[in-house]
Design a protein around this ligand. Structure first.
Ligand SMILES: Cc1cc2nc3c(=O)[nH]c(=O)nc-3n(C[C@H](O)[C@H](O)[C@H](O)COP(=O)(O)O)c2cc1C
Length: 163
């Protein structure tokens, strides 16, 4: 089974998640949607990953999904997101993935995320500070990270989907 992992990242965590997923697939290419070229027709299984900002998938992923609905429906298809509030993931998938693709997806998964204020600037830093301050005032001290168990579960679900 030839697998393509296609991802969009702003600050690197979705790229890192894609690399960790790839370790479970022997015949697999990992491509950055912003930089690399790819041919969907050359693969049996396609895993598409996006970062989440303000509840929204990366616009490059949304564009790809709308453009290639017919081709993607023919594949073993999975979606993953990197985000800090994984409990909201069902809403993120519902609001960003066309229903014709969501209904045929073998798996969807939220793999955690990272929010390192030292890496953020401008508007991103402002939003991150607001979120963390609001949590802090409610006595919640958050640290965010990619979740290896969620990554393993997602990879296994995709592998077993064709059995
Ligand atoms: C401006 C901004 C908005 C964000 N909005 C959300 C959000 O709505 N929901 C969420 O769960 N995480 C949100 N996050 C957290 C990101 O999804 C998380 O940092 C993720 O790991 C980013 O992926 P990337 O490193 O591949 O860009 C936001 C982060 C930033 C900087």
């Amino acid at each position: 089974m030839k697998t393509l992992i296609l991802y969009a990242t702003r600050h690197g965590s979705t790229a890192e998640a894609a690399r960790r997923i790839a370790a479970y697939f022997p015949d697999c290419d990992v491509k950055d949607i912003a930089r690399d070229t790819y041919d969907i027709a050359a693969y049996d299984c396609i895993l598409i990953g996006s970062n989440i900002r303000m509840g929204t998938f990366d616009r490059r992923v949304r564009k790809l999904l709308l453009r290639d609905i017919a081709a993607l429906r023919e594949k073993r298809l999975g979606f993953f997101v990197c985000c800090c509030f994984t409990e909201n993931a069902p809403t993120y998938f519902q609001n960003n993935v066309p229903p014709q693709l969501l209904e045929v997806a073998a798996a969807t998964a939220a793999l955690g995320g990272e929010l390192d204020r030292k890496k953020l600037h401008g508007w991103d830093k402002y939003v991150a500070n607001m979120v963390l301050k609001a949590d802090h005032s409610r006595g919640i001290l958050h640290t965010f990270a990619l979740q290896n168990k969620a990554i393993a579960d997602f990879a296994k679900k995709m592998q077993s989907a064709g059995e």
